[in-house]
Design a binder for this molecule. Sequence first.
Ligand code: BTN
Length: 261
Amino acid sequence: MDNTTFEIQKFDIKLETSKIGRNFVLADEIESTNSYLLDKENKIDTHGTVLLAEKQTQGRGRFNREWNSAHGQNLTFSIFIKPSAQLTNKLNLLNLGTSLVVSQTIDNLFQVKTELKWPNDVLINKKKVSGILLESVSTGNVISRLVVGIGINVNQTTFPGEYNIPPTSIKFEYGQQIEREKLLAELLNNFEEMLKKIEDEPDSIIKEWRRNCRMIGEKISISQLDKIRYGIFEDIDDEGFLLLKSEDRIEKISFGDVSVS
Ligand code: BTN
């Protein structure tokens, strides 16, 4: 039996943050944790609020794909961020930094080795264990609501349906039931530190991200809406864009699905 009740007390003991996750909301079933926090009518305005859902009925991913996750087995949650002007200019870094935090937290807690796939997927053995969806609402030119949505396959071991990247979970790779409370608390501890790094030492995020991405240097294809680009994954630049080398030029890529070709 993999379905467990999330115990807030167990989570709270391990949480060491000052803001992130201090306001914590647990929902049994909700459409999408991202949608809920983005909607100002729901009146969640406290920086760092974390909304965790045991089940999302309309969980979504990048390019409006579905994010499916079995009830009570995984972590599907969103973090509400009150964006400073500085952070607003560094959303790419927040994207990369979040995938780095997920990857490093899993690596540190369990004997599995994750890798990063640009821009923000986390893989184990080439299969997807986590996806991240950053969304915002703007009023004029100013971002008024910013939400970081994270889905991690934790204890689910079968994945019915069709996926563009084959899914896996930590339990599937590690072989043991995972305590979700400890994983979430540790992840939020690291997330808060990463937020500080974006302001104080943004280069360190780019450097660490590069170190954990094994696709750099590989021949890749990038699928973008109606076209596919081919080339060598040269690097990511200081702002987090992918640099694609094709023939004699280097293109800066801001979105797309990357595959090793
Ligand atoms: C992706 O890989 O395309 C991103 C998946 C993001 C899924 C998470 S689950 C919690 C949050 N709520 C959503 O509706 N989506 C994100």
